[in-house]
Ligand binder design. Structure first.
Ligand SMILES: [Zn+2]
Length: 319
């Protein structure tokens, strides 16, 4: 009873959910496995206190889809239950930066199109991103192209005064140098899905940036030490759904109190109202909070509220 009560007062904002992924419509690798259940995914999230979700845009085309989804989602009462409000980001992910080069009208036109999209949808697009550097996946996009077009996207943040939704993988030194160079001309940002060291986190916090934690940030004992080291006023949480699920083999799993196993089915055995095995979804943000609170030795509801406030301050203060 008590835990239900404290759960009810918790509120969350999932700052990173890839809800345009076809798996939320029941399609996996091009094959339909079950009915579209995005509404159920959103309702589950809402039932657990998620009141806002930021849908990630990873390219010009994907940013348009994320915006369309954010606009079309039901935000008012539906069957007596309100749904989470959806917002979106607009930008180009480091692994997709070849899109700039391949754009028929050239890279500058690609950037202009992103800018136009953001400027004409200020009520829904709340961040520039995701953008950054990913040296783990250079096979999708070479380093020089990533560097060029990460830097270019600061023009979007400067022109719109929107905060940035940032991605960095095995690229800390270059990532930090670029951020440092542009820090004074942008409003701020969050480095999402953080998997770096405590020193790397501290360097980014010293640039007055926030750090986003999800299941990928809580896999190893070293990850947990980093997550415990970040000042609470600089923390945000997210799921990165459908990716970055928290698994039993992960170091943080032992701290998870809310488990969905009994209500989870394989996609081939999909059932209305059930989660799908291995498809992460925004309701699981509660597990990210539970691990974070445990490793930081903080009271979970108090930490949730602190993180909620941080997120409002960066992304929603103007709305
Ligand atoms: Zn990312």
């Amino acid at each position: 009873m008590l835990s239900k009560l404290s759960m009810a007062v918790r509120r969350f904002i999932d700052i990173g959910a890839n809800l345009t992924d076809p798996v939320f419509r029941g399609t996996y690798r091009g094959k339909k496995a079950h009915p579209d259940d995005l509404d159920q995914v959103l309702k589950r999230a809402r039932d657990h206190g998620v009141d806002k979700i930021v849908v990630t845009g990873g390219s010009l085309e994907d940013s348009q889809s994320a915006l369309d989804l954010a606009k079309s989602a039901v935000v008012v009462e539906k069957d007596g239950i309100s749904m989470p409000q959806l917002y979106s980001t607009a930008g180009c992910h480091p692994t997709r930066c070849q899109d700039f080069v391949r754009h028929p009208a050239g890279p500058d036109r690609y950037l202009d199109a992103l800018l136009e999209l953001i400027k004409s949808n200020g009520e829904k697009i709340i961040a520039v991103g995701e953008c950054g550097l990913d040296y783990d996946r250079l096979h999708f996009c070479p380093k020089d192209v990533q560097l060029t077009f990460f830097e270019k996207q600061f023009q979007l943040a400067e022109a719109t005064r929107l905060p940035m939704f940032l991605h960095s993988r095995s690229a800390h030194d270059d990532f930090y140098d670029i951020l440092k160079r542009h820090r004074d001309s942008i409003r701020g940002g969050v480095v999402h899905s953080f998997t770096g060291t405590p020193d790397e986190a501290r360097a980014l916090v010293d640039l007055d940036l926030y750090i986003g934690i999800n299941g990928c940030s809580l896999k190893t004992n070293a990850n947990l030490l980093t997550a415990a080291s970040i000042p609470s006023e600089k923390l945000m949480i997210e799921t990165d759904a459908p990716w970055c699920e928290i698994r039993p083999s992960h170091a943080g799993y032992r701290h998870v109190a809310t488990r969905f196993g009994a209500a989870t089915r394989k996609k081939e055995r999909w059932e209305a109202g059930c989660l799908v095995k291995s498809r992460n979804e925004p309701v699981a943000i509660v597990q990210v909070l539970e691990i974070l609170a445990a490793v930081r030795n903080e009271e979970a509801s108090r930490l949730a509220e602190r993180i909620y406030r941080n997120t409002i301050d960066l992304f929603f203060a103007d709305l």
